[in-house]
Design a protein around this ligand. Structure first.
Ligand code: CA
Length: 251
């Protein structure tokens, strides 16, 4: 039974560690479910949503990989037998692009080789069908907790966020942020060097559908830039015209 308890190779060190368990009530953990059986999608989606998770479903391997690599999910539940692209292949792609993203594999195949193969390919955990909702919820929570414990800090260049104390430093200097500014910075850092749209920021940080004409994101980006900037050292948050923002290296 050692395999089930094995932490697997999925959580390797990454330059930017992520965690999502204790961000507070601002947004629910977002899960991506990659599964092609409608009955299971329905069952899993309803069960996880009832537990307060936000769930998005993809019905084949190609779509699942595309969504996963957008980087807005806290964990992935992945079926292995998928149309168009197999689960192990999708898993390998996710591991390469986002090594700290926990992936829980669902498989109908209960041969020991398949489980080992899944774990070696970087699954954090696996469940054999048929499984109970309670079991899946427990596994998902365990993964989110592991991430939270493994990485109480987010670090990018000279910006450091302690997720437990909610302290932020830039170049060693303490930066005092409001709750919303903090959530916004965490979101930008978790998507560093990628362009995120205002809509993505709104739904992730503010957590609900906002009036699309609101300028609240731009206002808070302004606050954050001012607070992060040092003398002669602007904040590394760039405006991408007509799209959104990017925290990252100047390009
Ligand atoms: Ca399947």
């Amino acid at each position: 039974m050692g395999i089930a308890a094995d932490t697997g190779p999925g959580r390797t060190a990454s330059p930017l560690r992520e965690r999502s368990g204790d961000l507070g009530p601002v947004h629910p953990a977002r899960l991506l479910l990659i599964e092609d059986e409608p009955g299971i999608v329905d069952f899993v989606r309803r069960g996880l949503e009832a537990e307060g998770f936000a769930v998005e479903a993809a019905w084949d391997g190609i779509e699942g990989e595309r969504l996963a690599l957008q980087g807005s999910f806290d964990a992935v539940v992945l079926d292995l037998m998928l149309p168009r692209r197999g689960g192990l292949e999708v898993l390998a792609a996710m591991r390469e692009a986002m090594p700290s993203l926990p992936v829980i594999v669902l498989t109908a195949r209960d041969g020991i080789e398949d489980r080992v193969e899944g774990l070696e390919a970087g699954a954090a955990d696996y469940l054999v069908k048929p499984f109970s909702m309670a079991e899946l919820v427990a596994r998902v929570r365990a993964q989110l907790r592991v991430i939270a414990q493994a990485s109480g800090r987010l670090l990018w260049e000279d910006i450091e966020i302690d997720l437990l104390t909610r302290r932020v430093r830039r170049g060693g200097r303490q930066v005092a942020l409001s709750t919303t500014e903090f959530e916004l910075l965490v979101y930008l850092l978790r998507h560093h060097d990628r362009v995120v749209s205002r809509e993505q920021i709104l739904s992730s940080v503010w957590g609900y559908e906002h009036d699309p004409t609101t300028n609240v994101v731009d206002v808070y980006i302004g606050y954050l830039r001012r607070k992060l900037a040092g003398p002669g050292d602007p904040a590394p948050i760039f405006t991408v015209r007509a799209v959104g923002y990017r925290l990252g290296s100047a390009s």
